[in-house]
Design a protein around this ligand. Structure first.
Ligand SMILES: [Zn+2]
Length: 242
């Protein structure tokens, strides 16, 4: 079962069923409260349905991360709905079994040391591009700002082992985009923090929607690569409050 999909995985998948830790010890409570609250942004931005979707964050200075429990409802989600895991995905604190996307998150944390936060959703427009396995072309200045180019498509991957994590790492390594649309599945984003990954998930859905609507009336006009580079550079390094 994919907690994000809430659908049974194909029988051919090698399922790793993650168990909850044996008890709640209350470790990393402040970070778990923060990550629980960030899940509210997935709801308020209409990125998730039912229990789909998850946010995780690396624990600074420790080989651990925190992630939403599998199948946990967004209503009344508190820190106790967030599970602490080792970087191989084993739960070490919390009474909830961690999300069945835990293997993917763990693989990314092990292989991308600069990534401290991740988000997974099946938001509608992004998943529609993923279903066609079509990258979103960079035809909006907001896309150049946030993604520095097109949003790439990752390979089709079954749930239940490292396949999704490998696909995310292979696609995003050396890529400016903090978002990948995994083929036939949905959005995975990375960031310097969980909040940054949430922002990327919100922006990915926004531009996927706008470019989709633009397509209905004709072919969007590309932005020259030099202009994409200039926009990305300014937004990433100059824009905002200092
Ligand atoms: Zn999923």
């Amino acid at each position: 079962m994919c907690s994000a999909c809430d659908t049974p995985a194909p029988t051919s998948a090698r399922l790793t069923v993650r168990q909850a830790a044996s008890e709640e010890r209350g470790t990393h409570r402040e970070q778990r409260e923060h990550v629980a609250a960030l899940h509210g942004l997935l709801v308020s931005n209409a990125l998730v349905t039912w229990t789909a979707g998850n946010v995780s964050e690396r624990v600074p200075g420790e080989d651990l991360f925190v992630i939403k429990g599998s199948g946990v409802d967004y209503n009344g989600l508190t820190w106790e709905g967030i599970t602490v895991c080792t970087l191989d995905g084993t739960a070490v604190d919390g009474v909830r079994a961690p999300s069945s996307d835990t293997d993917a998150h763990a693989y990314v944390y092990r292989n991308m040391p600069d990534v401290n936060g991740q988000v997974h959703t099946h938001s509608t427009y992004a998943a529609a591009w993923a279903a066609r396995a079509e990258p979103v072309p960079c035809v909006l200045t907001a896309m150049a700002d946030e993604f520095g180019g097109p949003i790439p498509i990752g390979p089709f991957a079954l749930i239940g082992d490292d396949s999704i994590g490998r696909g995310i790492v292979e696609t995003l390594s050396g890529h400016r985009s903090p978002a990948v649309f995994m083929q036939n599945h949905g959005v995975f984003t990375i960031g310097k923090s969980a909040r940054a990954a949430v922002k990327a998930a919100v922006m990915a859905e926004d531009v996927a929607r706008t470019v989709h609507i633009s397509r209905q009336l004709g072919e969007p006009v590309p932005i020259a690569q030099a202009d994409i580079d200039a926009l990305y550079e300014r937004y990433q390094n100059v824009y905002g409050q200092k």
